[in-house]
Design a protein around this ligand. Structure first.
Ligand SMILES: *Cc1c(COP(=O)(O)O)cnc(C)c1O
Length: 220
């Protein structure tokens, strides 16, 4: 694991791309091994598992939530979550803001955009996203900060399709940045790319990749 990690991390650092090591389904020991190698950013997709790992592991780990989040679970992670990649509704954002206020902090969020040609993926349609941002409502929320967008490509062998979906997300990002966040340097991230498609995602402008199986081995 450590050799692969070093190789990937070195390549990503040269390109200024951040690595979120996706540790879902892995035991805390697997996280610890990468922690010992110097890594601090880890991603989980389920709140329950995330809480267990948060409790068990060093407190300087930066935990990223990358999976669908139910509004009634925000309170469990709000005190310490580093970034929520999977914000897919105004209702959820409102709750994150509320819990951020309770914890006296500003919670960094990415808005998840639906770019795949699949029924199963969460995220907002481009139009819904644009309407939400254009409404100005997000600007009133003082305890969330929108750091950019997140998306998942279709799970397909067709890498040209994957590339086009990533390119589409980058275009949406560029348009939104230009119109709504031109003077906000913190609106800067595009979280896209997983084990099988991260090199394409980087070619298409990713700033954060979320890699699991390539680092930890195949999941059962
Ligand atoms: C599981 C997961 C990943 C990592 O997938 P791998 O194929 O193991 O790299 C990335 N993003 C999300 C949202 C995930 O749920």
């Amino acid at each position: 694991m450590e050799g692969t990690y070093r190789e990937i991390q070195t390549a990503l650092q040269q390109k200024n791309v951040q690595l979120v090591a996706v540790s879902k389904t892995r035991p805390p020991e697997a996280v610890m091994e990468m922690y010992q190698a110097g890594h601090r950013d880890f991603g989980e997709n389920r709140v329950q598992e995330l809480r267990e790992k948060y409790d068990a592991l060093p407190k300087d780990i930066r935990w990223h939530l990358i999976g669908h989040l139910q509004t009634n679970k925000v309170k469990y992670i709000a005190p310490w979550i580093y970034m929520i990649h999977s914000v897919d509704s105004a209702e959820l954002l409102e709750e994150i803001d509320k819990q951020g206020r309770k914890n006296n902090r500003v919670i960094p969020c990415l808005l998840q955009v639906y770019i795949a040609d699949e029924e199963t993926k969460f995220g907002m349609e481009e139009e819904e996203l644009t309407d939400l941002i254009a409404s100005g409502w997000i600007g009133l929320l003082q305890n969330v900060r929108i750091d950019g967008l997140m998306g998942m490509a279709t799970n397909t062998e067709n890498m040209e399709q994957v590339r086009m979906e990533f390119r589409h997300l980058k275009e949406i990002f560029t348009r939104i940045k230009k119109h709504y966040y031109p003077n906000e340097p913190t609106f800067r991230h595009i979280s896209m790319g997983m084990s099988h498609d991260y090199t394409i995602a980087i070619e298409e402008g990713s700033t954060i990749v979320r890699i699991g199986s390539l680092l930890f081995g195949e999941r059962n």
